[in-house]
Design a protein around this ligand. Structure first.
Ligand code: ATP
Length: 306
């Protein structure tokens, strides 16, 4: 082996559509979702460490506060899974430079796990295909395979069975961040509570979404954005309704709670609108931070060898 370490850049996602089916007997919901990877990244570095030293994890970056550094961290779980499957060393120094909001509905932890799989494949020259890496990723969580694929994809099942989606164009996003995360299981529970007694259809991707993506039509995409978890996220965090109102008032093409929230993603026409909305949100007093991004971007990939 010639390299001592690698750095992998791994993207956040927004769900352009998130359709949630009824609660299954196994306690999970069947979902159908359209993911887009966006230009907000964590960098995952993995270096070989001294024999017998075990796996260590360190953190830096704007959103690293409160992230666990023990086995609860998805990056460590991914490293252990790769080591077990391919008989690799666990004497590793992992460093996460985090820019993706934590518990923000943008799959930050999943992105890190995807980054570790790609990093270990490269560092130990395992030679896995993207499909093989995605299959391993699915064992760690439903959003992890998409961290590897990136681009635009439809996720079925629990969101982990991916098919690439035909998509044209580049889209501008303004992300309104919250000071405090929302727990994904709590949002699903609230969704079930709000839907009690209702007949819930099997989740499907809407035709309007697929047409908008195929045409590269940002206006139509803005209108097609939808999220079945949005009512639940807003019920648990009513201030999100105010955030959505700011976007609407300042001419966003569409606004949506990302995944289980609380990040709100606004689609805007161009750079200039993106700046205007950033200023409006920052001065609104209802958000903790604002980040601009564009998508789609690539999935987790090596950017440096050490
Ligand atoms: P999703 O959109 O997939 O539901 P999320 O973006 O809402 O996920 P994460 O940022 O992945 O949420 O974090 C959820 C929880 O997972 C955190 O509160 C944290 O305790 C834990 N966690 C484990 N590993 C990581 C990691 N590498 N980065 C951030 N959080 C992690």
């Amino acid at each position: 082996m010639s390299t001592r370490g690698v750095v992998v850049r791994t993207p956040a996602k927004v769900n352009l559509q998130l359709a949630v089916g009824p609660l299954g007997e196994d306690g999970f919901h069947e979902v159908t979702t359209v993911f887009q990877a966006i230009s907000l990244f964590d960098d995952v570095s993995i270096k070989l460490a001294k024999q017998g030293s075990g796996t260590s994890l360190t953190l830096s970056g704007a959103t690293s506060g409160g992230v666990p550094i023990d086995d609860e961290n998805l990056a460590i779980r991914a490293a252990k899974l790769m080591a077990e499957k391919f008989d690799l060393s666990t004497d590793l120094e992992i460093h996460l430079k985090k820019e993706i909001p934590v518990a923000g509905g943008m799959a930050g932890g999943s992105a890190d796990a995807a980054g570790v799989i790609v990093a270990m494949d490269s560092l130990f020259e395992v030679g896995l295909s993207r499909d093989e890496m995605e299959a391993i990723a699915a064992q760690l969580g439903s959003d992890v395979p998409f961290g590897i694929s990136g681009g635009v994809a439809i996720g079925r099942g629990r969101g982990d069975q991916l098919t690439p989606a035909l998509s044209r164009g580049n889209y501008h996003w303004v992300l309104a961040l919250s000071g405090q995360g929302l727990s994904t299981p709590a949002v699903y529970q609230e969704c079930d509570r709000l839907r009690e007694g209702l007949d819930i259809a099997r989740p499907q991707v809407s035709d309007s979404m697929m047409q908008a993506l195929r045409a590269g039509d940002a206006v139509a995409l803005g209108q097609a954005l939808s999220n079945d978890l949005q009512a639940a996220a807003c019920s648990l965090r009513p201030a999100l309704r105010l955030v959505l109102d700011v976007g609407r008032d300042y001419g966003a093409l569409g606004g949506i709670v990302s995944g289980s929230g609380p990040t709100v993603a606004f689609l805007v026409e161009d750079e200039e609108r993106s700046m205007d909305l950033t200023v409006a949100l920052s001065s609104s007093g209802v958000v903790a931070g604002v980040v601009r991004a564009s998508g789609p971007v690539h999935g987790a990939r090596v950017i440096e060898t050490l």
